[in-house]
Design a binder for this molecule. Structure first.
Ligand SMILES: C[S@@+](CC[C@H](N)C(=O)[O-])C[C@H]1O[C@@H](n2cnc3c(N)ncnc32)[C@H](O)[C@@H]1O
Length: 276
């Protein structure tokens, strides 16, 4: 009941959606210490192309599915030696993966939560890895600064997707890539693609990864429940299960019934773009 009402409210008012998500993630960063919690995405399982799954150190195995969502997105382009921005980087696990496994040179994480960024600065101290608090809809970077911009499971929180996409295009080099993954209600997918086209970037690849995400949610269900029960305050256990998309939750059921769809896209800023 609560989630159904909330969902109506956020569809009705983008500003309410943005504010409520902002305070929600601020609260999460403040209350949920959980040092070994590195990702907040639903994860991805390679189904047909099993051989694409990355080799991981044993210490990274607990985060395999979330890492694989990043890996699925970025494997199409070479990031080696380039400057990369991850918008809505959360607890920083994706950037840590990029830096350690894919040898990205300068990696910048941006998230609305100042506290999450402070935590990331303490947890990850590699050279060339920087965390900045800021708003995805007002990117604090100069024009044409990045070879690639990554955005994983964050854009559904934003109030103005057009503004966000224009900002992404502005900070990309001509020919640079925007690597995007997130979910939408089925009836809003065409709007997302209109917004992408309007930004002036070109969609070069698109994947419906709902089945890969559902499989990750199902396969990781027991691990997530055990983790939540061990680490989360008792009064928040149910809430965390909803947030994590465990079996039987609202978002899990929406994926299963096709009402929500999880998509990934690779977009490119045109090579000859004269203006940011
Ligand atoms: C579901 S988490 C995903 C985090 C990370 N990408 C991952 O895969 O683990 C969504 C993140 O988006 C961030 N976020 C939401 N709205 C934002 C905004 N307007 N600007 C920057 N970050 C935002 C939240 O603070 C949160 O950390």
């Amino acid at each position: 009941m609560f989630f159904a009402v909330y969902s109506r409210l956020i569809n009705f008012s983008p500003r309410f959606k943005k504010l409520s998500k902002y305070f929600f993630y601020k609260y999460l960063a403040h209350s949920a210490q959980m040092n070994n919690w590195k990702f907040m995405n639903y994860g991805y399982v390679f189904i047909k192309d099993l051989q694409e799954a990355p080799q991981l150190d044993p210490s990274d195995e607990p985060h395999r599915y979330s890492i694989q969502l990043y890996h699925h997105l970025i494997r199409a382009v070479s990031l080696d030696g380039h400057r990369i921005l991850d918008i809505g980087c959360g607890r920083g696990g994706g950037l840590d993966y990029l830096k350690r496994y894919l040898k990205a040179k300068n990696v910048v994480g941006l998230d609305a939560s100042e506290m999450a960024m402070n935590r990331c600065r303490k947890a990850y101290q590699a050279q060339g890895l920087v965390f900045i608090a800021g708003d995805a809809e007002a990117l604090p970077f100069s024009d044409q600064r990045f070879h690639a911009v990554i955005n994983v499971e964050s854009s559904h929180c934003y109030a103005d997707m057009n503004k966000f996409l224009l900002g992404v295009k502005r900070v990309l080099h001509p020919g640079g890539y925007f690597l995007f993954a997130d979910f939408r209600d089925k009836q809003h997918v065409h709007l997302l693609e209109e917004q992408m086209e309007r930004s002036g970037m070109i969609i070069i690849k698109k994947f419906d990864i709902t089945d890969n995400v559902i499989t990750a949610l199902e396969t990781s269900h027991n691990q997530k429940v055990a983790f939540i029960q061990k680490e989360a305050p008792k009064y928040l256990v149910r809430f965390f299960k909803e947030f994590a998309g465990c079996r039987g939750t609202r978002i899990y059921n929406r994926f299963k019934t096709g009402k929500s769809i999880y998509l990934s896209y690779i977009l490119q800023k045109p090579e000859g773009a004269l203006f940011p």
